[in-house]
Design a protein around this ligand. Sequence first.
Ligand SMILES: Nc1nc2c(ncn2[C@@H]2O[C@H](COP(=O)(O)OP(=O)(O)OP(=O)(O)O)[C@@H](O)[C@H]2O)c(=O)[nH]1
Ligand SMILES: [Mg+2]
Length: 249
Amino acid sequence: MQIEDDINKRVTVVIPTKNEEAAIEKVIDELHSFGFYNILVVDGFSTDNTVNLAKKKGARVINQLGKGKTGALKTAIINIDTPYMIVIDGDYTYDASSIKELLKYSNLSAQVIGVRVPTSEKSMSRLHRFGNKVLTLTFNLLMGTKINDVCSGLYLLHTDIAKRLRFEGSGFDVEAEIAAQVSRISRISETKVNYRPRLGKEKLSTWKHGYTILKSIIKLGIKYNPRRFYTLLFIILLAVSSAIYIIFF
Ligand SMILES: Nc1nc2c(ncn2[C@@H]2O[C@H](COP(=O)(O)OP(=O)(O)OP(=O)(O)O)[C@@H](O)[C@H]2O)c(=O)[nH]1
Ligand SMILES: [Mg+2]
């Protein structure tokens, strides 16, 4: 009991939700079973029963300010006073037992990312896996990082660092926006976590959202590591013009 009290004074578990009535109770139950009771559900004006179900399970529920998942996280950050926050999706894809793994690295880094290991083809299609690889590779190239899953929805943040972050995006690019800023001011650690099939209706369109996130990552590269971006651009242009010169002259 003492251990549980300690953990709940140190950690707030943030669940952004938008129409997750099929999953939210199971997510909260599972968090409870691992001793996490300090739960903040930030709802994006769900039109289903998500809010009532979360409240019934004893979670603190607030409405988000601003747009998309970014708005939800901005709202969470200003409402948290524990030293650490854990962000976890409300669709039952992440296993609450993984949070203890993230906490093992909390002294080492300002952010600890749960690198998704799909438990089956249903958790993540091949196309989705490939898309994630492309996004993470582009992020690493532009930011000079060595992250393995920049789009993961399960991560730990030091709240004091989170309160220093600034957000301009509005949706599914929020994870890249966080990692881009944290990588400039502190360290990021990672640990592998199971990724289960989601409960409830899928919201993400692999192509549409993948393309939007890719554009955001390029913008983040220009904003947070401009020297690296323009050096890479210079090298690419030099290589292309050299190739043209060799072929045609
Ligand atoms: N508060 C809030 N939460 C959101 C919003 N959009 C999505 N979410 C939640 O953010 C989490 C991640 O969104 P998902 O729809 O699961 O996105 P995903 O995991 O990338 O994609 P799929 O699971 O494949 O649909 C879930 O808990 C959603 O309910 C929003 O606009 N506001
Ligand atoms: Mg999901």
